[in-house]
Design a protein around this ligand. Sequence first.
Ligand code: PXP
Length: 240
Amino acid sequence: MNTKLSVNINKFATLRNARGGNNPDIIQIAKDCERFGAEGITVHPRPDERHIRYADVFALKPILTTEFNIEGNPTPEFIKLVLDAKPAQVTLVPDAPSALTSDNGWDTIANASFLTEILAEFRKNNIRTSIFINPDKLMIENAKKVGTDRIELYTGSYAHDYPQNPQTAISIFRESAIFAHEIGLGINAGHDLSLDNLAFFKQNIPHLAEVSIGHALVCDALYLGLQNTISLYKSKLNLV
Ligand code: PXP
């Protein structure tokens, strides 16, 4: 299966915001990511707009030619933003406003009625839905029940454990992906994926539709350049 690379451009916005001007220009960055081979652009607007701003979302929508993925915690403001912007995909993430970054998947049992209601609203508006999930069978089984189209496997533990023992790190993700596919869910993945650990992940995870990558890709681009970096990430996805 072809796995799409969606570039998370939040870190570019963080850099821009550090000086208050428009350098780097997020619109140009997104266009260049697409020109260099990205098959999607991801943004994660947070309530304090410390990275991507709500205005960026509306500026990006008309210029993107690949899949636009908006991820975030479904506060009323976020839900309105997504319904107004109508991206190809929304990814719901249970991150607290003050969280440095997303660090956990949904409890799809405790939040079942909430998720069911908002996922239905997005789907009614023809927005594909995905929810951020730990590699846990019970959570995945209930992700199906709440009506999401896809899950995004939270790969933080894989990235953390990979250097010590790749096989141990991957096994729960492989089992989770096989199970998710069996029950009819699409599979995305993201968090801490890098040039070091991406190829092994791709080789061992069947039915992987999309990875969204931000932090490591932007760090690599400082040394290797954005065009070269995106090519390298794509080559890791195309080894099999
Ligand atoms: N997926 C989700 C849901 C995220 O919140 C993030 C970080 O914003 C990513 C993927 C990308 O993670 P990273 O920046 O570590 O590549």
